[in-house]
Write a protein that binds this ligand. Structure first.
Ligand SMILES: N[C@@H](CCC(=O)N[C@@H](CS)C(=O)NCC(=O)O)C(=O)O
Length: 222
């Protein structure tokens, strides 16, 4: 299996956490989205969306981080990304979807670059903070429901919810969004960052991080 990824891409980070939790090895191929390598013909043939991540398995390609994580769950159900109880499973999926469907796309680089090319000062309208506050405010409230004793978003082992929240918090922090209003999310983040799978998957621990580049040096998170 080959994973096309970029060290600081939040969607790639989700999938790397998934691989690490499952304990599945994968060959990682960096696609430097900071330098627009995702738009080169050689990568468009891999991923017609020109996005990372992409997983290649036996010459077939899976686009979209959520689909890749589903595939990992299918090929290696244990340890599962989900709790056992159906209601809990739905809750975990809902948390992941708030990140994947609501927060992530509205704050993505692609949207941002389009806004910057078409409007004189997109930052002036406070667009990033507006949608980040809406999204993380909702997550904070939803995660807090019945969760104060939990180590992770749901229960005491990481689930799909944590896999999506941690990279989203990283992306928001690097864009300067103040996260202090979300104590439950920060508590869970602290716990996740101590977990070996999250450490292995962290952007700063990727061997293909360009030399000398720190997370703080990249102004635009993925
Ligand atoms: N919904 C997609 C989102 C993927 C995505 O937004 N990837 C970003 C990096 S985090 C990307 O490739 N950006 C390059 C671009 O938009 O041109 C997924 O979950 O895989």
């Amino acid at each position: 299996m080959k994973l096309y990824h970029w060290w600081v891409s939040s969607a790639s980070y989700r999938v790397r956490i998934g691989f690490a939790i499952k304990g599945i090895d994968v060959e990682k191929i960096p696609i430097d989205i900071t330098n627009r390598k995702q738009w080169e013909d050689s990568y468009i043939t891999v991923n017609p969306q020109s996005m990372v991540p992409t997983l290649e398995v036996d010459g077939k390609r899976i686009l979209q981080s959520a689909a890749i994580l589903d595939y990992l769950e299918d090929i290696k159900p244990d340890p599962s990304f989900y709790p056992d109880d159906p209601l809990a499973r739905a809750r975990v999926r809902a948390i992941a979807q708030i990140c994947a469907c609501e927060i992530g796309p509205r704050l993505s680089n692609r949207v941002r670059f389009f806004a910057e090319s078409n409007f004189s000062d997109p930052d002036a309208i406070g667009w990033h903070d507006h949608f980040a506050s809406q999204g993380f405010g909702a997550l904070e409230a939803y995660v807090a429901e019945g969760n104060s004793d939990n180590h992770f978003c749901h229960g005491n082992r990481p689930s799909l919810a944590d896999i999506f929240i941690i990279p989203q918090l990283m992306a928001a922090r690097r864009r300067g969004h103040d996260l202090s209003a979300y104590p439950n999310l920060l508590r869970i983040e602290g716990n996740c960052l101590e977990h070996p799978a999250f450490k292995e998957a962290a952007p700063e621990n990727q061997p293909d991080r360009p030399e000398g580049v720190t997370m703080a040096a990249i102004k635009r998170p993925g």
